[in-house]
Design a protein around this ligand. Structure first.
Ligand code: NDP
Ligand code: 2IT
Length: 450
């Protein structure tokens, strides 16, 4: 892409910083592909792949417990359907805007391609904040959100799933409303309850997949997780199941966090303590700080936005698993991690490391896996949920877990092969971007100019 075209893109949506960052990274890393395919320029391959096929924005009015009407904004960014129907998560968080959802949908397109399952890329959500809301408020919001979204999705064209702020509770309310409006019981959402069309292992899939990917990376250096200290951020779906699998494989989880602060447990967070965290976060919907009331040896540090680093990443450990949100590892954090002996960063969240941090990891040659490869297990098992729904059957937990492991192993190998093939051996970011890019672009070109 010429400099002029890039400038035009930035000028068209100047405020979309998150989206531009994600696009820029892909453009930089797929340059060797563009060099081998000069015809891509005339075909405007880059321009086409960064423009969503369709974006839907809508009003979501709902009534709070005080009978006051509130209005949020809903979105669905349908990025690309070249290799399958639109597929990707929903996010409910006050920071949600078009730029964030475009970046998530852009990443999702490549992530889904990496799984090899037939799924195009999309993401949606709302600036609704579920924190501090009653179950009834969350239900009324979800119903209003789905009353509109149901006109734009379906099991054959767009299948949303869970994501940040959207878990089993929200998917239940959303599914109920879709069913009522359309009078049909379909696999239109993934992350459904086990008793009504959900898949075994879907709640665990993202976190388990992250650790399966990490184990594959470590195997290339003949090491395992056994006895290793690990920093995990977040305490939601991805963090909980990443921690669970690390513990199962013999690793020692030292930290967890939420947006208010982080805990450091010098004895390590074991299975029993993790069960406490799950109850605290998923049922009681409390704060991670409450961990200290129960396990008094723990140190709690409040989040401090005036700092230019995150103290969680300034703890001594061997491996880091950022599982909270985008941009949580900045340049200073990257240096702190390396100075504290970190040898691997495996991303559970979507783009938790800033572009500067990613460059530092590459320079220092530590093992680094981008979220679009390492956290693809979540959407992969969503794909398996869709397959099971089509066949009207349920695979066992062992069967789904076996398939998840195989998918993660294959993604790992594919990234390594592509990176080597394009002159950047061991660079998982280059491998993931090139593989995802080629799969989507080849499908687009096969289907003509549509
Ligand atoms: P959850 O809502 O279950 O948990 C999110 C966690 O991150 C919470 O602990 C939350 O704290 C914390 N967090 C959120 N925003 C911030 C912030 N600005 N600063 C510090 N901490 C924050 O979401 P998930 O675990 O599902 O998602 C986490 C990440 O993983 C996201 O990037 C998501 O896109 C990605 N992902 C999720 C998948 C899934 O299957 N769920 C699949 C692939 C990727 P608090 O409770 O205080 O808000
Ligand atoms: O970022 C993601 O891959 C997800 N939020 C999961 C998407 C899904 O459809 O399961």
């Amino acid at each position: 892409m010429s400099n002029t075209t890039w400038k035009q893109i930035l000028a068209r949506d100047p405020e979309e910083i998150e989206f531009h960052q994600a696009v820029q990274e892909v453009i930089e890393t797929v340059q060797p592909v563009l060099d081998r395919h000069p015809e891509f320029e005339r075909l405007a391959v880059l321009e086409r792949i960064i423009e969503p096929e369709r974006v839907i924005m809508f009003r979501v009015p709902w009534m709070d417990d005080e009978r006051r009407v509130r209005v949020n904004r809903g979105y669905r960014v349908k990025m690309n359907s070249a290799i399958g129907p639109f597929k990707g998560g929903l996010r409910f968080h006050p920071s949600v805007n078009l730029s964030i959802l475009k970046f998530l949908a852009f990443e999702q397109m490549f992530k889904n391609a990496l799984t090899t399952l037939p799924m195009g890329g999309a993401q949606g959500g709302s600036d609704f904040d579920p924190k501090g809301k009653s179950d009834e408020e969350v239900m009324r919001f979800c119903q209003s959100f789905m009353a509109e979204l149901s006109h734009h999705i379906g099991p054959n064209n767009d299948i949303p799933g869970g994501g940040l702020g959207v878990g089993a509770r929200e998917i239940g309310y959303l599914f109920g409303m879709y069913k009522k409006q359309r009078d049909e019981f379909t696999g239109v959402l993934t992350g459904k309850g086990l008793g009504w069309g959900g898949s075994h292992i879907r709640p665990q899939a993202t976190g388990y997949g992250v650790v399966y990917f990490a184990a594959e990376m470590l195997a290339t250096r003949n090491v395992t997780l056994e006895g290793k200290t690990c920093l995990v951020s977040g305490s939601g779906n991805v963090a909980q199941h990443t921690a669970e699998k690390i513990i199962e494989l013999g690793g020692k989880v030292m930290t967890l966090s939420d947006s208010s602060g982080y805990i450091f447990d010098p004895e390590g967070i074991d299975k029993g303590k993790l069960a406490f965290v799950k109850r605290l976060k998923n049922i009681k919907r409390g704060r991670i700080q409450e961990y200290v009331d129960k396990y008094s040896q723990t140190i709690y540090t409040e989040a401090d936005t005036t700092l230019d680093y995150n103290p969680l990443w300034n703890q001594r450990a061997e491996y880091a698993f950022p599982c909270a949100t985008e941009g949580e590892i900045g340049e200073n954090d990257a240096y702190n991690l390396i100075n504290n002996g970190i040898k691997m960063v495996c991303e559970g969240a979507d783009r938790p490391s800033s572009p500067e941090a990613v460059k530092i990891f590459a320079d220092k040659q530590i093992l680094y896996a981008p979220g679009k490869a390492a956290n693809a297990g979540g959407v992969a098992v969503s794909g398996l949920e869709m397959a099971q729904n089509r066949m009207l059957l349920n695979w066992s937990a062992e069967e789904v877990d076996r398939r998840l492991k195989t998918i993660m192993k294959n993604i790992h190998q594919t990234c390594l092969d592509a990176a080597a093939n394009y002159g950047e051996p061991g660079n998982y970011l280059v491998g993931a971007n090139i593989t995802g890019f080629l799969r989507v672009v080849n499908a687009m070109l096969d289907q003509g100019l549509v």
